[in-house]
Design a protein around this ligand. Structure first.
Ligand code: PEP
Ligand code: MN
Length: 339
């Protein structure tokens, strides 16, 4: 349930509503929008309505029931888009556009620094690189683990890029919080509820990838797990879903972008690399993502894709990546985004 205040509601009227919620042992979620303040009631709203008639409180415009099970991630709870500020002018959401780029996996310091250089030269603001790799085969390269995170931090030191890396377990999360600017939770762990809850107890932004076969509502409920733990800095990432089509690794659900924009205030990034699995489709899918309203892109870049330990066929080399960002700039300008 949400309580929408009148545009001219006073601070005392807002406080009065908040107190009425706290007095029932519930949690008021206050969102100060540009024009109006919205107060969400999180918890047993029946209990609240037995003791209160919020419609009659001074300064209250209306009371709206939220039928969806996700509340904090719901646009009804917060009309303005969430903007995640990573510092040094790097922001995700609103009218900003970000590009995250780098190798699928951190393989060595040299490989990572070359990738970071390529990312920076092409204008990306965030370096990606997996230190804990969720591989289909147990015999495939599993990542450098904490050493990989150390290399990521060194690459940030040298380039000034922000860094994002995936965690596959609570243990990995506990290590990663000491290094990264953004925690990535991958498709395979979208419904790893213990991991989501642990990420919710941190104060580091979390990028939550859509599960391989997850509906949008399941995805938003997964985001709700993180947010309800106290960490509201969540970024969504559409990375393709499993369908009957075999020409591409997954099927990019481009409609997820406008659907998320309608249902949630959270920023959404598109990952055309994992969505397609094919290098030559990364450019057209990136353009589609920009046109659909994506807040950014995550793209795999490797100094020598032919020798990559994972996801080489979908990775761009540094020259291809510069060419791509140059091609994308007019599209980003056209939709009025800052890049
Ligand atoms: C990745 O980004 O390296 C990754 C494993 O992606 P996903 O979780 O989308 O498969
Ligand atoms: Mn990958």
């Amino acid at each position: 349930m949400i309580i929408v205040m009148k545009p001219n509601a006073t601070a005392a009227e807002i406080k009065n509503v908040e107190n009425s919620i706290i007095l029932c042992g519930l949690f008021p979620h206050v969102s100060n929008g540009e024009h109006v303040t919205i107060i969400g009631v999180v918890g047993n709203k029946k209990l609240y309505l037995e003791k209160n008639s919020p419609e009659s409180f001074p300064g209250v415009e209306k009371v709206v029931q939220v039928s969806e099970s996700y509340k904090l991630a719901n646009k009804k709870f917060k009309a303005d888009p969430t903007i995640i500020d990573l510092g040094d002018g790097v922001k995700i959401g609103g009218d900003n556009f970000v590009i995250m780029a780098g190798p699928c996996a951190v393989e060595s310091l040299e490989q990572l620094l070359e990738s970071a250089e390529a990312a920076k030269n092409a204008g990306a603001q965030i370096l990606r690189g997996g230190a804990y790799k969720p591989r289909t085969s147990p015999y495939a390269f599993q990542g450098l683990e904490e050493k990989g995170l150390e290399y990521m931090a060194e690459a940030r030191e040298r380039t000034g890029l922000k860094i994002i890396s995936e965690v596959t377990s609570v243990n990995a999360l506990e290590a990663a919080v000491n290094y990264v600017d953004i925690i990535q939770i991958g498709a395979r762990n979208m419904q790893n509820f213990e991991l989501l809850k642990a990420a919710g107890r941190t104060n580091i932004p979390v990028m939550l990838k859509r599960g391989i076969s997850a509906t949008i509502d399941e995805w938003l409920n997964a985001a709700e797990y993180i947010m309800s733990g106290g960490n509201e800095n969540v970024i969504l990432c559409e990375r393709g879903i499993r369908t009957y089509e075999t020409s591409t690794r997954n099927t990019l659900d481009i409609s997820a972008v406008p659907v998320i924009k309608e249902k949630s205030h959270l920023p959404i990034i598109v990952d055309p690399s994992h969505a397609s699995g094919v290098r030559k489709y990364v450019a057209p899918l990136s353009k589609a993502a920009i046109a659909a309203g994506s807040d950014g892109l995550m793209i795999e870049v490797h100094p020598n894709p032919a020798c990559a330990l994972s996801d080489g066929p979908q990775s761009l080399n540094p020259d291809e990546f510069i060419q791509l960002t140059n091609e994308l700039k007019p599209f980003i300008n056209l939709v009025g985004r800052k890049f």
